[in-house]
Design a protein around this ligand. Structure first.
Ligand code: HEM
Length: 118
């Protein structure tokens, strides 16, 4: 994808990406279905919201905010402290898929993001 047609642009840039990440964490914060994965996170989700937004910005072809601030994402390593099995994975994906289904993103973008997150 070139810069004019990056996934970031297809999502609708910062505004829509932030809205998606916020909705994702709002769902995680409130749904009983996600209580185990919620418990892995700090009381305040502010930093998680900012970090996921910054990471996805660069990952989707927008500004590399996460790398500029924290360096290489090393996501595998950063998830190591947590015991993440299928149940935890499914809870994370359930929140994200719900946030995507509620969004007004193009269906093709929703499908692409669901596949990528899985
Ligand atoms: C398999 C399901 C997943 C689970 C259960 C999970 C769980 C977690 C937990 C418990 C944290 C630490 C709390 C925090 O810093 O917010 C975290 C951090 C993070 N996760 Fe995940 N995660 C999952 C998938 C993903 C995916 C698919 C991405 C990228 C698209 C992602 C990106 C991040 C980022 C950027 C951070 C912050 C890392 C840092 O500390 O700088 N995670 N995740």
């Amino acid at each position: 994808m070139n810069e004019l047609n990056s996934l970031y642009d297809l999502i609708g840039g910062e505004t829509n990406l932030r809205a998606l990440v916020d909705r994702f964490y709002d769902i995680m914060d409130s749904a009983p279905e996600a209580k185990d994965i919620r418990a892995y996170h700090a009381k305040s989700l502010t930093q998680s919201r900012e970090k996921l937004f910054m990471f996805l910005s660069g990952w989707s072809g927008g500004p590399s905010l996460y790398i500029e601030k924290y360096g290489h994402p090393r996501l595998r390593q950063r998830h190591m402290p947590f015991s993440i099995g299928e149940a935890e994975r499914d809870q994370w994906l359930w929140c994200m898929n719900k946030a995507l289904d509620e969004s007004e993103l193009l269906p093709s973008v929703v499908t692409h993001l669901k596949t990528s997150f899985f």
